[in-house]
Design a protein around this ligand. Sequence first.
Ligand code: PGA
Length: 252
Amino acid sequence: MRKKIAAANWKMNLTIQEGKELVHSILKEVQSIPEGKEIIFAVPFPYITEIESQIKGHQNTSVAAQNISNLKAGAYTGEVCGFMLQSIETKYVIIGHSERRMYFHETNEVIKSKVDLALEYTIAPLFCCGEPLEIRESGSQNEFVYKQIEESLFHLDIDNIQKVVIAYEPIWAIGTGLTASSEQAQEMHAAIRALLASKYGHEIAGNISILYGGSVKANNATELFSMKDVDGGLVGGASLNAAEFSAIVKAL
Ligand code: PGA
């Protein structure tokens, strides 16, 4: 179901002590999260269970993994797979983040397998898409993003597609301090929703949350989130600061 979401992507930062302190401060600041809104903490694998216990009792607050193996189980040293995440009740998993596409060479095909395995183990994919700077400059960003979505999500049926949360993250805006303008974000979000509608119909497309990611901060969140098709944010840098992230949650 479509919700307003503030998702914190800690990436490879923070000790468990720092992470718990951060969550503590944020939960104290934002108090209760009403129905129709959600906070997600995407934390490193070794912290998942501990942060899950910490948020217990806080409604509409969840934990996400930052990755899932594209392999089901077995002799793959170092991998973490779907049934493991399911067994510790992980609700979401980030899939297709540009850093994984770039540094770990994840293709649309690999990402598709990850989406399938997450859904098989009842974990909701937080699916990231977005174009690099040269594609934006050439004006072909829509086609680029459509291909990512079509090749990794469009095999899903009507039930499963509605379990996916999409995050549009233009790569040129990630960690750079450059943000897409609220008009640029809205334009792409509307285009993504129209693409989903062309495949699944308007009602289904209207049920899917589409988050914006890329240098979301306390001082630009309100404007970004006020756009019709922007259902919240996937936040990196600013999610490591309690005051910043709490303000972003309040902007939902
Ligand atoms: P950023 O990262 O907020 O630091 O730009 C966003 C992301 O990579 O999810």
